[in-house]
Design a binder for this molecule. Structure first.
Ligand SMILES: [Zn+2]
Length: 661
């Protein structure tokens, strides 16, 4: 993992630090920094380092822009320290900084982030920063030089890197400081220093210590690194450019204190895509909303599995979330089953909120969102009934959180096409499926288990039926979702079947009609292809059977009502069982016939003769013995209803003397 690699060469005690200015509702992007630092901190602990993770709230920073949810009165507080601006009336917070940050800090607990929180105003007020402030004010020439050389920014010779909170008006963002004598500085509160706030014009002389003012943020960084002893601190890539704030701060730390800057971990942005993310919520994507949308482990997984230098492109789209959950759940399952690699074990430790929090059996996101939309289901009860062992407290907790997230997604982010509705009748769109898909659905209904089986067994049942049809898996599942949900996609088929009433399903599948003739045409193969299939599977074939079928199509135009057929087919179905107990159907197109009223008994004899030769040929070539599964079946179908009518007992088929073996 990237975090392990990062700490490989470190020695001695480590302090990981990160911070945030609480100037608005905290965006989800800030969580990336929090979790990257947490991942590093966890790696340090697991390697036996004496390590600490501290997280600073930079609440003495001025209010220099209005947050998206600002009330009109807030504009009067531009330029004040965030911790001096009142909180909104509806808030229980002590001040604006506290208001914005408390929601964010609440997530630390939910996400199992082990940081110790400090408020930067306390570092100033307690005097802890005094030594650093004194050194920095005395080093103004060095800092001016760094600014000029690293970031190409000129500062006047009397400029000092500090701002005093104006004793008259209380603003900090508008003051300018000069003339430090080791005890006090001169300052002026300037009406025109910045465009976003206006000073009162007051001038004074005051101590810069004990919370009377603050350092500009790049030097505040330096003061923290020096005072707290920070050894590792990453920063967003926008700060890490050539000549950017990170480089300036590092050069100042070297120049003023002669210290090595903390290990940098530049990290890429967290981008939020998805059609609904920006439009459905006026405030945008706050960290809180993200923690409602994703359960804690999934959110940690999303943020941490991607190395810091790669952008996370998050999306609220259904497919994206299904994939994210599934990847996470596979990780949890392989660790539960003891099949996990050392790397997977480490990843799991990294994403868990608490050591026990990932020892549960995850229920997939796709299934939960589907179940939430099916009528009359008590999901928690139903899932409990289906578990092999009775669910643990962790299973229940996890399910509860996932249901919360799935509901939140359905309510706020699901697109129209993501919504599911169990269809009370066969949807019209089923008619547009291919005959083989229709035949697959009918076959599902005719062999549907009458006793309740497990989700996995239903899933196997679907695959078995697809092989027997035969039809490819994709087309089979599409047919299933079409018939039940009127969609091309849906939750895991076995799970879906396990939550629906068996009688309902059998009835639904038995209502599907199709043309047998078309179905055979679509799925039938040449004798050569059949031979190829057998030669490819020869080694694993454990048993073979066959059966013969004739189907005649009634005319509709030439002689409607005559009851006579005009064309039809005869097929040989080969059933091959393999060592894995799976049975395959291979349908060989054997004979075609056409004309007004050929004798079906004669056609059956023709088919028998053909089949005898064909089967004999196969037996000889592959040394297999073929057992006849059932007598030849003769049907006729009318294209208008599509339903085949069994005629077998109306014909006496003269069997050839030589029976196939
Ligand atoms: Zn003032």
């Amino acid at each position: 993992m990237w975090n392990e690699k990062l700490i490989e060469k470190l020695t001695g005690p480590q302090l990981v630090n990160d911070s945030k200015t609480p100037s608005g509702r905290v965006h989800v992007g800030s969580l990336r920094g929090v979790l990257i630092h947490d991942a590093i901190y966890r790696a340090l602990l697991s390697h036996g380092f004496d390590a600490k993770y501290s997280y600073g709230i930079d609440d003495l920073d001025p209010l220099d822009g209005l947050p998206a949810d600002a009330e009109p009165w807030l504009k009067d507080y531009m330029g004040y320290p965030l911790c001096s601006v009142p909180a909104p009336e509806t808030s229980s917070a002590t001040d604006l900084a506290d208001h914005y940050i408390s929601e964010f800090l609440g997530l630390f607990n939910e996400l199992g982030v082990g940081a110790e929180i400090y408020r930067t105003r306390d570092l100033y007020r307690s005097g802890r920063f005094n030594e650093a402030i004194d050194a920095i004010l005395n080093s103004a020439p060095i800092i001016r030089k760094v600014y000029a050389e690293v970031s190409n920014a000129a500062r006047p010779t009397n400029w000092l890197p500090f701002q005093i909170i104006c004793e008259e008006c209380g603003k900090i963002g508008v003051t300018e400081v000069t003339d430090y004598d080791g005890k006090e500085v001169s300052y002026s509160c300037r009406p025109d220093l910045v465009t976003w706030a206006s000073g009162c014009g007051n001038r004074g002389r005051i101590s810069p210590f004990d919370g009377n003012g603050k350092l500009p943020w790049k030097l505040e960084w330096v003061a923290k690194w020096h005072t707290l002893g920070v050894t590792i601190e990453g920063a967003g890539k926008d700060h890490c450019t050539k000549g950017g704030s990170r480089e300036v701060a590092a050069a100042c730390l070297r120049g003023i204190f002669g210290k090595k800057p903390p290990l940098n971990v530049p990290y890429e942005f967290f981008l939020v895509g998805g059609a609904k993310m920006s439009s459905s919520k006026a405030i945008g994507t706050s960290a809180r909303e993200m923690a409602d949308l994703l359960p804690p482990e999934i959110l940690r997984f999303l943020m941490i599995r991607t190395p810091p230098k790669k952008t996370v492109n998050f999306s609220t789209d259904h497919d994206y979330l299904v994939k994210l959950y599934n990847e996470h759940d596979r990780l949890v399952e392989s660790c539960l089953s003891g099949r996990a690699t050392a790397e997977q074990e480490k990843t799991l430790q990294l994403i868990e909120v608490a050591p026990q929090s990932t020892a549960y059996h995850p229920v997939g996101f796709q299934l939960l969102t589907a179940l939430l939309q099916l009528p009359h289901i008590d999901i928690e009860k139903e899932i409990e009934q289906r578990s092999a062992d009775s669910p643990s407290r962790l299973d229940k907790d996890s399910l509860h959180k996932r249901l919360h997230s799935a509901r939140y997604w359905l309510e706020d982010f699901a697109a129209e096409e993501d919504r599911l509705e169990l269809q009370m009748e066969v949807p019209a769109s089923v008619a547009g499926l291919r005959a083989s898909q229709h035949a697959f659905l009918r076959l599902l209904g005719s062999r549907f288990p009458t006793d309740r089986i497990t989700e996995d067994e239903y899933q196997r049942f679907i695959f078995d039926t697809a092989r027997l049809t035969p039809i490819d898996h994709k087309s089979a599942f599409q047919a299933l979702y079409r018939a039940l949900l009127d969609k091309d996609q849906g939750p895991k088929g076995g799970a879906l079947l396990s939550y629906l009433d068996a009688d309902f399903l059998i009835e639904r599948f038995s209502e599907i009609v199709y043309s047998v003739d078309e179905f055979w045409q679509e799925t039938g193969v040449t004798p050569d292809s059949c031979e190829t299939w057998i030669s490819e599977h020869e080694q694993s074939i454990s048993g073979t059977e066959f059966a013969l079928f004739i189907n005649a199509v009634l005319p509709t135009e030439a002689a409607p009502g005559s009851g006579r057929f005009s064309r039809g087919k005869g097929i040989v179905e080969i059933y091959a069982k393999l060592d894995d107990e799976r049975e395959h159907t291979i349908r060989v197109l054997a004979i075609d016939f056409e004309g007004e009223g050929p004798d079906l008994a004669q056609e059956a004899e023709r088919l028998e003769k053909y089949a005898r030769d064909f089967i004999q040929g196969l037996s000889g070539k592959f040394r297999l013995s073929f057992k006849e599964r059932a007598p030849t079946r003769i049907t006729q179908e009318a294209p208008d209803t599509g339903l085949p009518v069994d005629l077998s007992n109306r014909f006496t088929i003269r069997r050839s003397e030589e029976k196939p073996r």
